[in-house]
Write a protein that binds this ligand. Structure first.
Ligand code: ADP
Length: 542
């Protein structure tokens, strides 16, 4: 199994460490990265970040196992960077497989008593967690913005959506109900009960450091499962603050564990353990497929929310100004780094020029910068290699006849402290065609290609021409067109005249290579429940 899990994230991290530190004292830090003897494993947080937190105890740098804040067993730590400045903001315990096994054991030990509590009891603890998280909104948004680079306003929007998941699942736990079946045997009764699946592993990505935690961990707790959570190595601070608040809310020891560090080692331990009965993952299709293969050995339940390449179709009867404003909001959200961002824009020929102009007008209003600057509406990418990927897609599109309407490169003029940040200008490319990389591959950055089409069928065919099937959007004012296209698009989620499709009550998830299972809503609860059928012989017949 070790061989299957080539340490993709680990290699990326090592690469970032070696490329980012190129001067003075920071070199010492970089080399201390894997050196247990020179590093006590205590972790630390930068003065700048700490000084902005009202509740400094939320800045945790150790793993959370059982009820203990725990350094890595080998004492190592790793750096967490601010993508808008390329500066270290924290060093965090670099947990490994052995630490993960300890967390799994703690979660396993806590499962019997947690699962036996009433849903009402668990709901009350979740409600308390919700209230504490709500009260910590500013600090959580600050942590999110520092480690992910997203503008503070976007952190606030993520917060509002994410905290709603806790509230909703705190209530929904009480609505988990079984069935009494209409028996076909007069002397027997048949029924179905639902029980928590057991220890759940959750692996979350860096692009939503907060809301991915709540949407995975809140339903698990509500269902009566215990958790071992691995946040992305780039954004552990928000996740650790959430564990701190869960601890304060009275989530019992061992029910909620967080291991941050060596992705491949942690992932291996989770996948290989027979004690872990479910793995929930949000991240790249590549890593998701490796994890799926790994889970086969222990026949775990899996939920996978993987990549996307969302189509956005603008029909000739659409409200062009609204479509343009919405596509910009979607395509450049989180600097284009969400799996449901509008990626491929298809516009019907008669309105194409008007639409492209309106898009450019909206893009011009975006302001690049650091997330804590209130004027910023577009933040950096997560890492330097992400800039290379976006640039590669833009260059390829231009080489194949694409036309830059705005943007096209890294910004030449950002002032310190952002001059070293991982920025790329918001970019719109007209005359895009299906032979371009930007059509086929997920760009995951602020570059938006516009394709023109003549007929409805052509647009649907192009939209479905992708291995992915997460979110799809279209704008039209024609009701029959709306139904027809919504039913024809091979996507798990559809936005009609609307891009803000995520909510705690609606099933989030994809088809094809975009994943398996659904999060949120009543469907999301089912992912954490096993169905058990019980037949009772009555000893008499009616
Ligand atoms: P991205 O390329 O967007 O960072 P990834 O799929 O690499 O997406 O990351 C999503 C999550 O998966 C993160 O928490 C990351 O640490 C984790 N991850 C990456 N590689 C592995 C692996 N081999 N095993 C388990 N988790 C992994």
């Amino acid at each position: 199994m070790q061989a299957i899990f080539g340490s993709l994230a680990r290699r990326q991290l090592a690469q970032q460490v070696s490329t980012r530190y190129n001067g003075g004292a920071l070199i010492t830090l970089a080399h201390a990265h894997n050196d247990a003897s020179s590093n006590p494993g205590a972790g630390r947080v930068s003065e700048d970040l700490l000084s902005r937190l009202k509740d400094k105890d939320l800045a945790q740098t150790l793993g959370y196992i059982g009820d203990e804040w725990t350094p890595a067993s080998d004492g190592s730590t790793y750096p967490v960077m601010d993508p808008s400045t390329d500066e270290e903001i924290a060093r965090v315990a670099n947990l490994k497989g052995r630490d993960t096994n300890a967390a799994i054991a703690a979660a396993h030990a806590a499962f019997p008593s947690w699962s036996k509590r009433t849903a009402k009891d668990r709901g009350a603890i979740l409600r308390k967690w919700y209230e504490l998280v709500l009260a910590a909104q500013d600090d959580i948004c600050t942590l999110m913005t520092f480690e992910s680079g997203k503008p503070f306003k976007e952190s606030q929007a993520e917060f509002v959506g994410g905290v709603a998941s806790i509230e909703w699942f705190a209530e929904q736990g009480r609505r988990v109900e079984g069935d009494i079946l209409q028996t076909v045997h007069g002397d027997r009764r048949q029924l179905v009960i639902k029980q928590p699946v057991g220890v759940c592993a959750s692996i979350t990505p860096w692009n939503f450091p907060f809301s991915m935690v709540t949407r995975k961990n809140a339903p698990a707790l509500a269902a009566g499962c215990t958790i071992v959570h691995k946040p992305a190595e780039q954004t552990p601070l928000t996740a650790l603050a959430m564990a701190k608040l869960a601890q304060r809310a009275g989530v019992p020891a061992g029910v909620y564990n967080v291991v941050s560090g060596d992705a491949a080692a942690i992932g291996n331990a989770m996948v290989q353990s027979d004690l872990v009965r479910k793995l929930g993952f949000t991240g790249s299709t590549r890593v998701g497929k490796m994890l799926m293969a790994g889970c086969a050995d222990t026949v775990k339940r899996i939920s996978m929310e993987l990549g996307g390449n969302a189509p956005f179709i603008v029909f000739d009867d659409a409200d062009v100004q609204s479509a343009a404003a919405n596509v910009v909001a979607s395509a450049f959200r989180n600097a284009g780094q969400t799996c449901i961002c509008a990626n491929r824009i298809f516009v019907q020929e008669p309105i194409a020029e008007e639409f492209e102009q309106a898009v450019v007008d909206n893009v011009r209003k975006l302001k690049l910068g650091g997330g804590m600057d209130p004027k910023t509406t577009l933040g950096p990418l997560i890492a330097p290699n992400a800039i290379e990927r976006v640039k590669g897609h833009v260059d390829d599109a231009l080489a194949q006849g694409g036309r830059v309407l705005i943007g096209g490169s890294s910004p030449p003029d950002l002032q310190a402290p952002y001059s070293k940040g991982y920025f790329f200008q918001p970019t719109v490319i007209a005359d895009a065609t299906p032979n371009m990389k930007i059509y086929r591959e997920e760009t995951f950055g602020p570059a938006m290609p516009v394709f023109r089409f003549k007929y409805d069928e052509e647009a649907v065919k192009l939209a479905n021409d992708s291995e992915y099937g997460l979110a799809g959007y279209f704008f039209t004012t024609d009701l029959s067109r709306a139904w027809r296209v919504a039913e024809q698009l091979q996507y798990g989620m559809i936005g009609v005249n609307e891009v803000g499709i995520t909510s705690e009550v609606a099933p989030f998830g994809g088809v094809k290579h975009s994943g398996l299972g659904r999060e949120h809503g009543k469907y999301g609860m089912d992912e954490f429940l096993e169905i058990k059928y019980i037949q009772m012989g009555l000893g008499y017949s009616n």
